[in-house]
Design a protein around this ligand. Structure first.
Ligand code: AMP
Ligand code: ZN
Ligand code: FE
Ligand code: FE
Length: 283
């Protein structure tokens, strides 16, 4: 059993990379990838913690791409966390986040929610402050009932405290991951809100542009989507990967490795990712 999609305190998860490794060992996982949003800050501690562990640690990242309808995320596996181009470009993204976060704070204050920047920033353990931290801060200050309500009422796209932030296009994300020596995978394709034929066209376009894989096995994915995305993967020559998108206490019902209980990511997904890395290095 493997889990190729997790978050730590370096982005919006609540566990340290070392805690994730411990948890993965407890669940008897063969391998676990750390895929924090817009940062590789957790990779060194991850690899350090996995040195004597029974679980193999896979260095990764999750980048947000421009997307008109819904959310598009691109995962990168085996990216070189010291690659200057990668570090420089994700730094630009994080600067965009900082500006966006101040905008969200202003909007919340204007709407009458009394929140300080420190309330939000104190919840973030690492490099990246995002909307989940705002949601948590709103709950802790008893301004909304739940994190879910915070998104639905205020923070989700189209809601009154939402603010845009700088993103690269999907193609730029794919190129960047390749430049850093990694393998690129379209995460949770169902969060792109397009009719099926259009979504299929988008995936096909990205595959033609060098996308390596698609996240077929995903905790929140409906069974019919698993079947559909697996057939797209086979047809387009994409690696069928998967993971839970574990965020610790920020995803309380979800368990590392098995999601809501039934998720099983085939071990061969990781073998194929590694094969693709070797091919790229040889090329
Ligand atoms: P950010 O990268 O700061 O825009 O935050 C994005 C993160 O917020 C996602 O990875 C999710 O964890 C969370 N998120 C986004 N939309 C929602 C939603 N409607 N309900 C709950 N969590 C959400
Ligand atoms: Zn997240
Ligand atoms: Fe994501
Ligand atoms: Fe994620």
């Amino acid at each position: 059993m493997i889990d190729l999609h997790t978050h730590s305190i370096y982005s919006d998860g609540t566990n340290t990379p070392a805690e994730l490794i411990k948890l993965a060992e407890k669940r008897d996982l063969k391998a676990m990838a750390l895929t924090d949003h817009d940062t590789v800050g957790g990779i060194v501690p991850l690899l350090e913690a996995a040195k004597d562990a029974s679980v193999e640690a896979v260095p990764g990242i999750e980048l947000s791409a421009e997307c008109e309808r819904g959310t598009m995320h691109i995962l990168g596996y085996f990216v070189d966390h010291t690659c200057e181009v990668l570090l420089d470009k994700i730094n630009t993204v994080r600067e965009g986040r900082d500006e966006r976060n101040q905008e969200i704070l202003k909007k919340l204050n204007k709407l009458g929610y009394r929140l300080l920047w420190s309330d939000v920033a104190d919840l973030a353990g690492g490099d990246v402050v995002g909307r989940p931290h705002f949601a948590e801060a709103l709950v802790r200050n008893k301004l909304v009932k739940s994190r879910k309500a915070a998104f639905e009422l205020l923070l989700a796209k189209g809601r009154p405290a939402y603010a845009e932030r700088y993103r690269y296009t999907a193609r730029e994300c794919i190129d960047l991951i390749h430049q850093a020596g990694g393998v690129s995978v379209l995460a949770h394709p169902a969060t792109i809100y397009l009719p099926e034929d259009q979504l299929r066209g988008v995936v096909k376009g990205l595959a033609a542009r060098g996308l390596d894989g698609i996240e077929v096995y995903y905790a929140e994915q409906r069974p019919e989507n698993i079947t559909r995305f697996k057939s797209w993967a086979d047809e387009m020559g994409l690696i069928a990967t998967g993971g839970t998108d574990f965020h610790g206490k920020n995803t309380p019902d979800l368990r590392l490795g098995i999601g809501f209980g039934k998720l099983r990511v085939p071990d061969e997904a990781l073998d194929q990712i590694k094969e693709r890395v070797r091919q790229k290095q040889g090329a």
